[in-house]
Design a protein around this ligand. Sequence first.
Ligand SMILES: Cc1cc2nc3c(=O)[nH]c(=O)nc-3n(C[C@H](O)[C@H](O)[C@H](O)COP(=O)(O)OP(=O)(O)OC[C@H]3O[C@@H](n4cnc5c(N)ncnc54)[C@H](O)[C@@H]3O)c2cc1C
Length: 283
Amino acid sequence: MEYIVGGVFMARCIVPEAEAILDKEFKVLDKGFIRLVDYMGSDARIVQAARVSYGAGTKTVREDKGLINYLLRNEHTSPFEQVVFTFHVKLPIFVARQWIRHRTARLNEISGRYSIMNDDFYVPSVDDIAFQSSDNKQGRSKNVVPDDLKKKILDILTEGQDKSYADYTEMVESGIARELARINLPLSTYTEWYWQIDLKNLFHFLKLRMDSHAQKEIRDYGFVMFDMVKKVCPLACEAFENHILGGCRLSEAERKAVANLLKGKELDLSGRALEIFSAKVLD
Ligand SMILES: Cc1cc2nc3c(=O)[nH]c(=O)nc-3n(C[C@H](O)[C@H](O)[C@H](O)COP(=O)(O)OP(=O)(O)OC[C@H]3O[C@@H](n4cnc5c(N)ncnc54)[C@H](O)[C@@H]3O)c2cc1C
């Protein structure tokens, strides 16, 4: 929303669709959630920032959309840093360990030295129990796991969690320091944090973590978060889907192969190089 106060151009962005989801918990996995605590800026802020050099704010939706598309397509990303989100996230520690690798964010996490950890552990749904993939060392196989084995796996997971929490409780009740009592709690333990990031870096996070190569559990957070971000800046998200999420980077050899095709020549890629190229383009 833009308005003039005492001759000064004001631009506090309030987006009704975003206001409607503020503070609401969006469920992820069995016990996790994402909550939008606050946001600063929107599509309007991106175009205001980009047009600051000549003092104009937003124009028509069509012109704003065109500008946002242009900015993202040409990697003129600094206007996207003007949009900032604060999320409250509840997530298992093994997801948090992947998430925290994204350094361009600010966060504050619950302290297991100060607080008593809750009896909250992630247990995968029965459909998510899978064998190790044989061709992707960081992935799951599509081969069906027999029902009796799935049940056994779930029993192993829950029994281990129950035992470690009983041990934790016993240590805490014996007066042992919380910072020590917690050290055998499993990676499936849920933690919580406030996470603040700007839109440019959030797009980078979402590109990597919604990708099929990322672990299923962090992808689930990525998908829910992306739906929330769309409420704040739908035009930027549309441009992100077109230019970043749905696009792909070509090597020089791949670019030349595409040029060959366009000129009606042979593709000129074979073997593993052709496999990688096909996976990029046909995925
Ligand atoms: C599918 C997948 C598998 C992975 N597997 C592993 C693994 O097996 N082991 C492992 O250790 N990690 C792994 N990672 C983590 C990965 O290597 C990155 O650390 C993580 O994705 C964060 O990416 P980033 O550094 O680009 O993001 P951010 O830290 O958010 O940084 C964003 C961008 O800012 C710039 N930047 C930030 N900090 C610096 C800096 N200090 N110096 C220079 N530039 C900086 C870079 O351009 C960077 O791309 C994996 C990630 C994915 C998505």
